[in-house]
Design a protein around this ligand. Structure first.
Ligand code: G6P
Length: 362
């Protein structure tokens, strides 16, 4: 309940929750470590993951965006095929299911009605479900076979921030533990890499003036803004666009870099802000090619790259983390830019118009 949780010296819950992200990642690592220091997930869950021939992730909003990244974690590390579905679409548009599906529900609140409707339906079909949620005892947790908790502490601001990064951290741990139990080679130490992520988050949370400046420069008066990226950066761009829409009411969309030329580029006008994420070595040249294409048509590009991949044209360079884990930190500049854009435009940051923290009607 919002009334029991203090904002302390923070002007808004959203800013407080953004700042809590390094501590949340550290808490998750600590909580999921066993006495030997290994990352550990309940045996029943690992068995369910291993028994599945395909995983179906079901979620809405920001949790859906976390699911898109989670698919990459699970497929790349554990080599189990994953589909990600928007819960409100799944019900009447059910895909052909595999022989042995496992359903993973991702929900900060554990109360989203559209997700619950899918859970009820797949339980009737006799399938197993795992819920990843921030709220112990929530409906989706109680009605699923298994639960993994986010340990992010209550999230009050309507725009989700720390729950997203917590979802990614827990999904990474689930993917790693499953991979190891399947005998897959994981060639990095996730505990250590998540420690590096938490430190990088500290750096980003300490660079607020920079993001305030970017927000003022690009977003103070614009009517729209695009986010582009390729691969995992594309999914973070979707989340960045959602944050901006939710709290600043700027029309914002995330696009895959390669899709631009198939329509979206027609929307570029003189001065249109285009935030480009460049954290992935394999697509670094291609995304920079897309930036040139939009810049040639008058766009105002804002490149956010990662240390090691940076060039002189970049507006901000995030610290280097493991290539698979970049979404945990590249999202923070986007959260902060949205926050300051909303402030500039005098919007109600914590309680944006027309939105609810959890949507409990279908
Ligand atoms: C609402 C919230 C979003 C959230 C979505 C899913 O629309 O405003 O921030 O991402 O519901 O919520 P859940 O609790 O299921 O993650």
């Amino acid at each position: 309940d919002a009334s029991d949780i203090e904002k302390g010296t923070y002007p808004h819950y959203m800013l407080k929750e953004i700042d809590e992200q390094p501590a949340v990642v550290r808490k998750i690592v600590q909580t999921y470590r066993n006495e030997q220091g290994d990352l550990n997930i309940d045996e029943g869950i690992v068995k369910a993951m291993n028994d599945a021939d395909r995983i179906y992730i079901i979620a809405a909003g920001t949790s859906y965006h976390a699911g898109l990244v989670g698919k990459q974690f699970i497929e790349k590390l554990a080599k189990v095929p994953v589909e990600v579905h928007i819960s409100s679409e799944f019900g009447y548009n059910m895909p052909l299911l595999s022989e042995k599906p496992l359903f993973i529900f991702i929900s900060q609140s554990g109360e989203t009605a559209d997700s619950r409707a899918v859970l009820v339906e797949i339980k009737e079909l006799g399938y197993k479900a795992l819920t990843i949620t921030n709220v112990p005892g929530s409906t989706l947790s109680r009605e699923a076979d298994y639960t993994l908790l986010l340990h992010a502490g209550p999230e009050i601001a309507v725009a989700s921030t720390k729950a997203y990064t917590a979802q990614l951290a827990v999904l990474a741990i689930l993917a790693e533990v499953t991979a190891k139990s399947r005998g897959m080679n994981v060639d990095f130490d996730l505990t250590q890499e998540l420690g590096i992520v938490a430190n990088a988050m500290d750096v980003l949370c300490g660079a607020k003036e920079e993001f305030e400046e970017i927000a003022r420069e690009y977003l103070a008066t614009t009517r729209n803004c695009f986010f582009i990226g390729r691969g995992i950066d594309f999914y973070v761009g979707l989340e960045g666009a959602l944050k901006l829409k939710e709290i600043s009411y700027i029309q914002a969309e995330g696009f895959a870099g390669g899709e631009l030329k198939h329509g979206t580029i027609a929307l570029i006008e003189n001065g249109t802000p285009v935030v480009a994420l460049a954290t992935q070595e394999s697509v670094n040249l291609s995304i920079r090619g897309n930036v040139k294409e939009v810049a040639a048509r008058g766009a105002n590009p804002c490149i956010i790259s990662m240390k090691g991949l940076e060039t002189d044209e970049d507006r901000f360079v995030i610290p280097e983390v493991h290539g698979l884990l970049t979404p945990l930190i590249s999202v923070i500049p986007l959260q902060l830019i949205s926050y300051y854009a909303a402030l500039h435009r005098e919007c109600d940051v914590d309680k944006p118009r027309n939105l609810a923290k959890s949507v409990t009607v279908e």
